[in-house]
Design a protein around this ligand. Structure first.
Ligand code: PMP
Length: 286
């Protein structure tokens, strides 16, 4: 049985409890992070901790502890659950004021809720999907306007994954005003004439930690990067496409709305970036 963390305690997962009045349960008033674990070490921890701090600040949510304490909790859970390859899920909520009310409770008297748990994913970096590539559909982006904050409001992304599954595909790319914003749980890229194109950072997309690291790798490898939005039509005409996230690293996209991208097989740019990113991030893992 897994050991999980709830508000200062390490407990068997069946004994961990959060109030029914917790604002994440009632209002989706919470933020989260997912950090991958490879070889027992945390990938891009610093980036995830910094983004968490930003999400908390944007929502006027109190930080439950320091970054050093968070790192210690991550490490303790990885050790206790003997995770070699997998994920650490973290969630901070505005806590429970013991009743339901739209107004935020007083942070002096209502402590944030902090929950962490691990997920074992043996062979996470050798996911066979990376060799085959994934198929995506496009869907209208009807999420709220602050997608740069990593909130737990994941109903529409869940619906998008279900729509993709129903269409015999793996995931969805969201489209707003004719341009791709991002994937349902990843950042989206196309490659044309050797150039890597991905939407610029704004409140329209999540500022992916993997995105930042992969773009750094691309620039170090002298690959050309252009940060701008693109259309589904442009993506269909691209040489390659891929997505990035903490749990999938760099994942090739080989089909979009039923049309093959490039040769319909994973392209060399995505493969190279996956290799460089995994290599560099494993070296820097903590
Ligand atoms: N966009 C969205 C909407 C996401 O949910 C995620 C994954 N949490 C990402 C992008 C990728 O972010 P990261 O690389 O930090 O996992």
């Amino acid at each position: 049985m897994r050991t999980v963390y709830v508000n200062g305690e390490y407990l068997p997962e069946t004994e961990a409890k959060v109030s029914i009045f917790d604002r994440a349960f009632l209002m989706a008033d919470g933020v989260y992070e997912v950090t991958s674990v490879l070889g027992g070490k945390l990938i891009d921890f610093d980036g995830h901790a910094k983004r968490l701090a930003r999400s908390l600040k944007e929502l006027d949510l109190k930080a439950p502890c320091t970054e050093d304490e968070l790192l210690a909790i991550h490490r303790e859970l990885v050790a206790r659950n003997e995770v070699t390859d997998g994920l650490v899920y973290l969630q901070v909520t505005r806590g429970s004021a013991g009743d339901r009310d739209f107004a935020f409770p007083d942070p002096e008297t209502t402590e944030p809720t902090l929950v962490l748990f691990t997920q074992n994913k043996p062979g996470l970096a050798d996911n066979p999907a990376a060799k085959k590539g994934i198929k995506v559909i496009s869907l209208e982006d009807i999420r709220w306007g602050r997608r740069d904050i990593k909130t737990v409001q994941l109903l529409y992304p869940s619906m998008a994954k279900m729509a993709a599954k129903k269409a015999g595909c793996d995931d969805a790319w969201f489209v707003e005003d004719g341009k791709v914003t991002e994937g349902s749980s990843n950042n989206a890229y196309i490659v044309k004439g050797g150039k890597i194109i991905t939407r610029e950072l704004s409140t329209d997309i999540l500022h992916g930690i993997t995105r930042a690291a992969v773009l750094r790798c691309a620039k170090e490898a002298q690959m050309e990067v252009e940060e701008r939005s693109f259309t589904i039509e442009e993506a269909k005409e691209a040489d390659e496409a891929f997505v990035t996230s903490a749990s999938s690293f760099v994942m090739p996209v080989v089909e979009l709305d039923g049309a093959k991208i490039g040769t319909g097989t994973p392209g060399p740019v995505a493969a190279r970036l996956r290799e460089i990113y995994l290599d560099e991030s494993i070296k820097a893992a903590v």
